[in-house]
Design a protein around this ligand. Structure first.
Ligand code: FE2
Ligand code: FE2
Length: 374
């Protein structure tokens, strides 16, 4: 058994390396913004592929009643017209603040990459899996993600830039994830996406004068779509208890920490954006963690204690190490390389220490589905 544990931990470390790279993540042949979206930057969203054959065997019978209710909602497609609406926008508003414009564009590009990454993954699963339950769910989710990506592209267009989604699909590197990693990671990214959008939306509802771009008015219906996608993965995981017990608990812990720490580091690299919202970025992140943790009780047998001062200090250390690494960007030579390596090792060790902090056990409720009530 110790050999088995060592093997699992080594595999986790390799995946951790992949992730920490992923995490640490309109004109000409490929325009500059498309290029930015194509780059496999640390902390930038990635594109994924998986073992489609293994997904054939998903059996959702244990959660059939809840599944059918969820599918009925997808069929109703309440947000059909939402992303077709147009808005007027004067791009000169952002011209007066180039730093904010840069961070806002960076947010839009990383969001469109994430939306489109979901769209492509769901389309590929639909195309390659004949299991009727799974392929139907994937078709509905791809439909929503393609609307989201298209809507962001419209916003980018109004700002004079565009991401060529066709080029992105063809040329972006794909990372292979086993189906279970797709469930953990995608479930979390859908739910944390919901928590982020709803927190921004509610804040701007209270402070409309801080809404510097109309796209934020679309966030309510938008995040409800993301919430619904997360429900799909929650039901898939709940249909197979093995995914939520034994060794897999270590993976759940890993993905929770990876997703939370990535978000923390990335949000803190956009100070102007949160300043423009009139938000404290750290407070924002911890609100998002609280919401995501509460939602994740529908499926995960454990939660992270994000209020533990050691957890907070660890995230701060991850952030500082990332800032130090970014400062060395473009520098060559042995000294810079050594420093980079040192920071990388430091990040790995900090991640490991965070990983080893005690977690809280959670009893999974009988009923899986939840309503987006925030
Ligand atoms: Fe989306
Ligand atoms: Fe989604």
């Amino acid at each position: 058994m110790p050999g088995e544990i060592a093997r699992k931990v080594a595999k986790m470390a390799t995946l951790g390396e992949n992730m920490s790279e992923a995490l640490a993540s309109s004109d000409g042949a490929v325009n500059l913004t498309t290029q930015q979206a194509l780059e496999a930057q640390p902390l930038a969203p990635r594109f994924y592929c998986t073992d489609y054959a293994a997904m054939e065997h998903i059996d959702i019978e244990p959660v059939r009643a809840e599944w059918d209710l969820m599918m009925r909602d997808f069929e109703l497609d309440k947000n059909r017209g939402h992303f077709k609406q147009n808005y007027e926008y004067d791009p000169s508003i952002l011209e007066s603040d180039p730093e904010l414009k840069e961070e806002f564009l960076d947010l839009l590009v990383s969001s469109i990459t994430a939306e489109y990454s979901g769209c492509v993954l769901y389309q590929e699963i639909e195309k390659n899996v004949s299991n009727p339950d799974i392929s139907k769910l994937m078709r509905y989710m791809a439909r929503d993600e393609s609307r989201h990506a298209g809507f962001i592209n419209k916003a980018l267009n109004k700002l004079g830039v565009a991401v060529d989604l066709g080029v992105l699909k063809r040329e972006k590197e794909y990372t292979f994830f086993k189906p279970k990693y797709i469930y953990y990671a995608t479930y979390l990214s859908e739910k944390i996406g919901y928590a982020r959008y709803i927190t921004i939306y509610r804040h701007l509802e209270r402070h409309p004068e801080k809404r510097f771009h109309p796209i934020f008015k679309w966030f309510l219906e938008w995040c409800n779509d993301e919430f619904a996608h997360g429900e799909g993965f929650a039901l898939i995981m709940r249909s197979d208890p093995k995914l939520l017990s034994g060794f897999n608990k270590l993976w759940i812990r890993f993905f929770l920490l990876a997703v939370y720490s990535t978000m923390y580091v990335r949000d803190h690299s956009r100070p102007k954006l949160y300043e423009a919202f009139g938000m404290d970025v750290t407070e924002f992140d911890y609100t998002v963690f609280d919401i995501t943790t509460e939602i994740s009780r529908q499926v995960f047998p454990l939660t992270l204690n994000t209020d533990d001062p050691r957890f907070r200090a660890g995230l701060e250390r991850m952030r500082a190490l990332q800032v130090a690494r970014d400062a060395l960007e473009g520098q060559r030579g042995p000294v810079a390389m050594l420093k980079k390596l040192g920071y990388l090792v430091g990040s790995g060790l900090t991640f490991a220490r965070l990983y080893l902090l005690p977690t809280q056990a959670n009893t999974i409720p009988d009923q899986v589905r939840m309503q987006p009530a925030w």
